[in-house]
Design a protein around this ligand. Structure first.
Ligand SMILES: C[S@@+](CC[C@H](N)C(=O)[O-])C[C@H]1O[C@@H](n2cnc3c(N)ncnc32)[C@H](O)[C@@H]1O
Length: 315
C-alpha cells in the first residue's frame, strides 16, 4: 500500500468539519479522491453507512480504508463497490467491508426532507450529494409553483421543490423502474404522488408534445446525464447531450417569471460559454439570475470540473 489512508481520510474529515457539525443533513461526500490524493476513489456517507467506490484495483487497501473511517464515525455498515470496468464478478465488486447489508439505512434526511436509498444499486444509491445546494435552492424558491423535473431519476429535486411549497412537481424519466423509489420517498415525506406526477418517456420526444398541448410551468429542473444514450428524437445527435435543443424546448414551456435551473456537466465549453449558449438557444427569452456550485465536500481547484448550476428566468 503506497497510500496513507489514515492521513488522507483524517484530513478530509477535518476539512468537512462544518458538514458533520451540522444537524441539517446526515449525508455528504467523505472523500473526493480526484482532488484529495487518490483519484480513483470516492467515499460517501449516507446516515450510518459509508460507501467506498473505486475505479482502480485497490482491494488490498480496503481494510486500511475501513479502519481509517471507523476512527472518525461509528459506521454500522461500510460497503465497497468496485467499478464494472475492473472486470470483477458481482460478489467481488460489491460487499460489506464492515457490518451487514441488513444495517443499511432506508432513508437519509437533508433539510427536513427524507430521501429513499437503494444502497446496493451499482451506480448511485439514489441521491447525488453534490446537488445538496440545488435541493436547498429549490426548497427556497418553489412556493406556489408548478415544477417540471426533467431527467428526474429518484425524484429528489422535485421532492425538494414540493417540500418547499411547490403546488405540483411532475417527474419525467425514461426509466419506469424508478417509480417505486420515488413513491417510497413521497410516502415517507407525507406527500401524495398520485397518478399524474411521474411520466415515463424520452424527454426529447415528450417536450415537443407538451408544447403542442400548451402546457406551461413556473419552474423547470434540467439535470441531464453528460453522456447520451442517443435519442432518435434529438436533432443534432452530438457526442453529449443536445443542450441547445433542451433549452429551446424548456424556454417554450416556461411562464414569464418562471425559472429554469440547469446543471450541465460539460467539458467542451467554459461555464460562461455554456451559459451564453443557453441564452442564445432560448432566443434571448431567458436571463441569468443565479449561479452556484457544490460545497466543501467536492473540493476541486479546476472550476471547470466542478458542478455548474445556473438559474435563468423567463423574461
Ligand atoms: C444523472 S440522472 C439525473 C439525476 C437527477 N436529476 C437527480 O438529481 O437525482 C440521469 C437520469 O436521466 C434519465 N434519462 C437519460 N436520458 C433520458 C431521456 N432522453 N429522456 C428521459 N430520461 C432520460 C436516466 O434514466 C436517469 O434516471
Amino acid at each position: 500500500m503506497t497510500i496513507n489512508w489514515h492521513d488522507l481520510i483524517a484530513k478530509a474529515w477535518k476539512d468537512r468539519k462544518v458538514l458533520h457539525e451540522s444537524d441539517e443533513f446526515d449525508c455528504w461526500r467523505v472523500f473526493h479522491g480526484y482532488a484529495e490524493g487518490a483519484k480513483s476513489v470516492v467515499i460517501e456517507k449516507f446516515g450510518t453507512m459509508a460507501v467506498v467506490e473505486y475505479k482502480e484495483d485497490i482491494r488490498d487497501d480496503l481494510d486500511a480504508i475501513k479502519d481509517a473511517l471507523l476512527q472518525h464515525f461509528p459506521f454500522t455498515l461500510i460497503l465497497a463497490k468496485g467499478d464494472q470496468l475492473l472486470g470483477l464478478r458481482l460478489k467481488e465488486r460489491m460487499f460489506a467491508l464492515h457490518g451487514d447489508f441488513s444495517d443499511a439505512p432506508e432513508f437519509v434526511k437533508e433539510y427536513g426532507v427524507y430521501y429513499s436509498l437503494l444502497p446496493d444499486a451499482m451506480h448511485n444509491c439514489g441521491l447525488y450529494l453534490d446537488a445538496r445546494p440545488v435541493r436547498k435552492w429549490l426548497a427556497d424558491h418553489s412556493e406556489g409553483r408548478r415544477v417540471l423535473n426533467l431527467f428526474s431519476f429518484t425524484g429528489s429535486l422535485g421532492i425538494a421543490a414540493l417540500k418547499g411549497g411547490a403546488k405540483a412537481a411532475i417527474h419525467l424519466d425514461k426509466s419506469k423502474d424508478l417509480l417505486p423509489r420515488i413513491e417510497k420517498s413521497y410516502k415517507k415525506n407525507g406527500l401524495d404522488l398520485g397518478t399524474r406526477s411521474f411520466i415515463q418517456g424520452d424527454i426529447y420526444k415528450h417536450l415537443p408534445k407538451a408544447i403542442k398541448r400548451g402546457q406551461t410551468f413556473d419552474g423547470i429542473i434540467l439535470d441531464p446525464p453528460p453522456k447520451v444514450y442517443k435519442s432518435p428524437h434529438s436533432e443534432h445527435q452530438p457526442k453529449g447531450q443536445d443542450f441547445a435543443r433542451l433549452v429551446s424546448l424548456c424556454s417554450k414551456l416556461l411562464n414569464p417569471g418562471g425559472w429554469l435551473i440547469c446543471m450541465f456537466h460539460r467539458f467542451d465549453a467554459t461555464w460562461d460559454q455554456s451559459d451564453a449558449e443557453i441564452i442564445t438557444a432560448s432566443t434571448h427569452t431567458l436571463k441569468m439570475i443565479d449561479r452556484f456550485t457544490s460545497e466543501c465536500d467536492f473540493p476541486d481547484e479546476n472550476v471547470d470540473r466542478k458542478l455548474r448550476v445556473t438559474v435563468f428566468e423567463k423574461i
